[in-house]
Design a protein around this ligand. Structure first.
Ligand code: PLP
Length: 441
């Protein structure tokens, strides 16, 4: 049963933003068949909870939707949006290939058992270590950001092996999104200008160990206007006759009722219509969604710590910038509800804030909740993307646990960090006399 069928009040109002497998029971919020407030009590807060069934359904909509429109296609999961061993394994089991940006993500993907041939390595500042690990472990495709990547590949790809690469090009499209999420403008740090990409393709034409399959572009993230994806694809008309065209990720999602993202169908229609205009008929078309795969499926549960009245009614919860950086970094605002009274209409206007020492630590400005009180479980919807990956220890916060729930069964994807782990990094400093700077050696 979904929210649409059963819920009223806040849960009903947020039905298109909460996970697909959300319902209410006795007025309480239930995701994947589990009572969210009970999970929060059992696993501690903050805790991230993912609706596995809804997420798998969403993945199939993307894969099948693209394949119906462009049969020679592949969907990669942009794993920076949720780098968890569980997520890599889940994504691969649904038929997604994997995009990693850096050695850590590559190691997680390999640990999850992802077929290396289906991994694509990104990065605008790849190190020797990353390229050599990628080559040694048989990573299928390296996305080349510039000539230094080629020099490194030249060193590390052994004789007798051929490494497939895509050349990242700057499409010159300024996506209408937060400046930090724009990646395709003329001045982008990612990729090469089209004329440089052409020259590199030409240079590599007869390379014995580096094979240019095609080109890649990515215009940014949280893009709500599908015509911008089509504009970017049309830039590829400059690159005729290649085997593969990867047009990146970027599909936006709704964080509040004010956000109206394109449907998956509208997004795919826009891309494929433009692809039909400019790409060779049998070419392979790749997309790399991240946010749109995981954002809606994930919620974060917090506990109300304090309620106080000054010029506003401040409700403070036990998370913040440490587990949801984007509220400060991107000015993100989210939709929340009280899990214990999810069926109630919100009755109180609040400034919902976190516990980190910054004024930008705000979840909702003048948002509405139902009578929030100390001890209540406040659930932030659509927080599945780019939250766990950017968790940090600001003010000594511990990285939260991550739970995948499906059909009433909970599986722990990541356990909560402990203070021992937090302190362990400082072990070399313990027992050292810090009372003065050392004498010259
Ligand atoms: N591909 C590349 C190269 C990216 O840098 C990103 C993230 O910005 C993505 C794909 C995924 O974007 P999104 O999560 O917005 O779909």
């Amino acid at each position: 049963m979904t929210t649409r069928d059963s819920a009223t009040g806040a849960a009903y109002a947020l039905r298109d933003i909460l996970p697909e497998e959300t319902t209410t029971k006795d007025g309480r919020l239930v995701i994947g068949g589990r009572d969210v407030a009970e999970l929060a009590a059992e696993y501690g807060t903050p805790v991230q909870i993912f609706d596995e069934v809804g997420m798998r359904r969403g993945i199939r909509r993307l894969i099948d939707g693209l394949a119906e429109r462009w049969p020679n296609s592949e969907v990669l999961f942009a794993s920076k949006s949720l780098p968890l061993v569980a997520m890599y394994a889940l994504a691969a089991s649904e038929g997604l290939s994997i995009d990693v940006a850096g050695e850590g993500e590559l190691r997680l993907a390999l640990a999850a058992g992802v077929d290396p041939a289906r991994i694509h390595l990104h990065g605008n500042a790849k190190s020797d270590a990353e390229i050599s690990l990628a080559v040694d472990s048989g990573v299928g495709t390296v996305i080349v950001d510039g000539p230094d990547d080629i020099r490194r590949l030249d060193r590390f790809v052994p004789e007798g092996r051929v490494q497939d690469v895509l050349i990242r090009v700057i499409p010159g499209v300024d996506a209408a999104t937060h400046a930090t999420m724009q990646t395709g403008g003329h001045d982008s740090k990612f990729g090469l200008l089209p004329e440089q990409a052409h020259a590199l393709i030409e240079e590599l034409r007869d390379h014995p160990r580096i094979h240019v399959e095609g080109v890649h572009l990515h215009i940014g993230s949280q893009i709500l206007d599908e015509t911008q994806f089509a504009d970017a694809v049309r830039q590829l008309r400059q690159f005729e006759g290649l085997e593969t065209y990867d047009v990146g990720g970027g599909l936006g999602v709704a964080y509040t009722l004010d956000d109206v993202p394109p449907t998956v169908d509208a997004y795919l229609d826009a891309i494929v219509e433009a692809a039909r205009e400019v790409l060779p008929e049998g070419a392979k078309l790749l997309i790399e969604p991240g946010r749109s795969v995981v954002a809606r499926a994930g919620v974060t549960a917090y506990r109300v710590s304090t309620v106080k009245e000054t010029s506003k009614r401040f409700v403070a919860i036990d998370g913040g910038l440490a587990d949801l950086v984007d509220i400060g970094y991107m000015d993100l605002r989210v939709s929340t509800l009280v899990a214990e009274r999810a069926d109630e209409e919100p009755d109180t206007t609040v400034q919902l804030v976190g516990r980190q020492c910054e004024s930008g630590d705000v979840f909702m400005d003048d948002g509405r909740l139902h009578s929030p009180a100390i001890g209540d479980t406040v659930v932030a919807a659509a927080t599945g993307a780019y939250s766990y990956t950017m968790t940090n220890n600001y003010n000594g916060a511990l990285r939260p646990a991550v739970l995948f729930v499906a059909n009433g069964v909970v599986r722990v994807a990541a356990r909560r960090e402990t203070y021992d782990e937090y302190l362990a990094l400082h072990a070399p400093a313990l027992g050292v006399d810090w009372s003065a700077a050392p004498e010259r050696a």
